[in-house]
Design a protein around this ligand. Structure first.
Ligand code: AMP
Length: 289
């Protein structure tokens, strides 16, 4: 595996790979790798000749009171996991590399960001779209792999690719979970013992909404109430940031739900804000996640 920190070096290497006719799959991450990330790498390996993994905690997608400094990092462990999972190139840039002349230009996102994390984390998706624009230009991948754990991110990136004509195919991958249902996340290590014991409640609450949907309740506001009620009964440590049922991927609140509906929540614990979701395909509600 090649570990690369500079843009010219990565460009040069990938140019050679492309000249050999090889396709490039790209997996962007903030590191502290877990099985969710590894599932994306695996998917990338299955459908691309060369896999580029980026590990970069992007400051512009964190708000002033968020956990940028405290975000878990362990590059040595990540390097070993990347090697074990046959990553070809690990791109691990500094902020001087990613923002060589500062932050004077950025991508502004106004679509699909009014709800969920977009409304709670102003500027977050501008930061995500900006750093991905840089990565897409540097790496020029054929495919890029994202987890549906961050379903709003998938929706925004789908828009980014279409708005800016990036010649890249987005591949959305299912959420990997612990045995008790908790979605795997780098932030889970920030939970204390009691919070960790409670955290599977996020998925259980969303499943209550899904169950109600299968019973025939398709009114998004009612589904939200069912989930909120479950959280009220079962959360002692976590505080609800939002519970929403929306159309997906449009993330619209007041339009009739057509093809897919997302049940999503964010719960704030002392040192970690956790998110989770279930996306229901209305035509096939019994094969939802
Ligand atoms: P992050 O390092 O948290 O920015 O995540 C990098 C990528 O991994 C994103 O596309 C995430 O959606 C994806 N990811 C994070 N957690 C999971 C999970 N539990 N299952 C599947 N993909 C995930």
């Amino acid at each position: 595996m090649n570990i690369i920190n500079s843009v010219p070096s990565l460009r040069e290497n990938l140019k050679e790979e492309r000249e050999k006719g090889l396709t490039i799959g790209f997996v962007p991450t903030m590191g502290y790798l877990h099985e969710g990330h590894l599932s994306l790498i695996k998917k990338a390996k299955e459908s691309s000749d060369i896999v580029v993994l980026s590990i970069y905690v992007n400051p512009t997608q964190f708000g002033p009171n968020e956990d940028f400094d405290a975000y878990p990092r362990d590059i040595e462990r990540d390097v070993q996991l990347a090697v074990d999972n046959q990553v070809d190139y690990l791109f691990h840039p500094t902020s001087e590399t990613m923002y060589p002349i500062g932050t004077g230009m950025s991508v502004s996102v106004s679509e699909r960001v009014d709800q969920l994390c977009g409304s709670k984390r102003p500027g977050h998706f501008d930061g995500v779209a900006t750093v991905l624009t840089k990565f897409f230009n540097i790496i020029q991948p054929d495919k890029v792999f994202f987890g549906l754990k961050d379903a709003q991110q998938v929706a925004v990136v789908e828009g980014l690719i279409r708005h800016f004509h990036f010649p890249v195919e987005l591949v959305a991958c299912p959420t990997m979970r612990e045995n008790d249902g908790l979605a795997k996340s780098s932030r889970n290590v920030k939970l204390n013992h009691d919070e960790r014991a409670e955290a599977p409640t996020l998925y259980k609450g969303l499943q209550q909404g899904f169950l109600e949907f299968k019973k025939g309740e398709h009114d998004p506001r009612q589904l939200e109430q069912v989930i909120l009620h479950y959280f009220k009964e079962h959360l002692k440590h976590g505080v609800v940031d939002y519970v929403q049922a929306l159309s997906y991927p449009e993330l619209a609140i007041n339009v009739p739900v057509k093809n897919k509906v997302i049940l999503a929540c964010a719960i704030q614990y002392e040192n970690a804000r956790l998110i989770d979701n279930i996306i229901i395909d209305i035509d096939q509600p019994f094969v939802g996640e």
